[in-house]
Every structure is written in structure tokens, then in C-alpha cells.
Design a protein around this ligand. Sequence first.
Ligand code: CA
Length: 238
Amino acid sequence: MSLVLVVEDESAIAELIAINLRHAGFEVELALDAEAAQRAIDRVLPDLVLLDWMLPGGQSGVQLARRWRGESRTRELPVIMLTARAEESDKITGLDAGADDYLTKPFSPKELMARIRAVLRRKAPEALDAAVEVLGLRLDPATRRVTRRMGEALCELKLGPTEFRLLHFLMTHPERVHSRAQLLDRVWGDHVFIEERTVDVHVKRLREALAPAQCSALIETVRGAGYRLTQQLGAVQA
Ligand code: CA
């Protein structure tokens, strides 16, 4: 399930957002100020952050967004800024700080959900339920099925839940090399308490699970760097 961190000090707005997100199938974590938001991010990297501009205490939402953009672990984190300000200059400040989108209060829950989906489609497609296909291998998050058509036959693969999430992430970010730490963050949702060699164990299991469809070679080991899902035709047998 995809996790959205809502950073908002007005509890009525935070609750309204949370209800709509949960209704749409997202898991929600709430933070009332910048410090709580940073603690949440340090613990588990969410799929997306809704970030209020005006927060109590020393740090604004814009400062937080800027800090996240400056750090490698959070550089790609999808962020939508929420604010009561409607002036054009504020909007530009927010986008300059690295926000992916910008929503002015009051907003309709419907518009919020549409913006969230648009940002996720662009930056974190693994957080959505759309089916993905690479070289004939098809993964459907809605039905949780992984299949590959081989001639006349449809080969259905059996994957454990972790291998399924790992394959989903790799298929939605093909050709890029992911370090073990990045995979722990994005697939396990936790980079602190799990050893990096856990990733190797699950990659091995994933390759074994892909073997009946002759797709094991899709998952490449990049020495000293991590893992990559290749889209090169030579990786699979027809
Ligand atoms: Ca506020």
C-alpha cells in the first residue's frame, strides 16, 4: 500500500485530507510540524508528501522542501505544496524550492486526488495500480498477477509479496541502477532496521520466480552499485 505523509498543522484540514486519501486506498501518516515531518521521513520514506507552507515553529514547508531536494535520499521524493496563499510569487517560490505541484486552499478533495495521481504517475508509478509490461512480462498490481505470454501459452508466475513489490518497483524504473539502500527505502519502506544483504536474498528469490517464464536475466547485478532491470531484448528468450 502506498504511503502519503501529510504535513499540516490545522487538524481539521489534515483529517479531511487523510479521510480522502484512505478512501482512495492510501496509507496516511500525519505530521503537525516540520520536526515531526523530518522524523517521519528519516524513519520511512513515503511515496508522496503533502506539505503545508505555513507551519508552526522554526521551519516552513518551503524550507523543508528545499532541504529534501538537497539530500540524495530525498531528492526524488514527490512533494505537493499546500497553502492558503494564492499569489503568483509564492507559487514560484514553492516550485523553485522543489515542489512538484502546488495547491491553494481551499481545494476540493477531488482535485487533490487528481493532482496526487498525476505527480505519482510522473515520479513514482509504482505507487499506482496501473499494470506494467516489459518485454512481454506483465505485472498487474490490481489483480496481483504476473504473467508472460509464451507462444500460445500464458505463463503465470508465483511471487511472494516482497518479490512482487521488488519486481513492481524495478519494472516501473527500468534501466536505472538502484543501490541496496535505495531499494530498501522504496520497496521495504525502511532503510534503518533491515540489513542490505536482505535485498540480495529477495533478488535471488525473484530471479528463481521468474525462471519459468525465462525472464530471470531481466534482473541484472551491477557490480559495486546494485541492481537494474534491463529492457534489452537479449535478456529474455522468446
Ligand atoms: Ca498551516
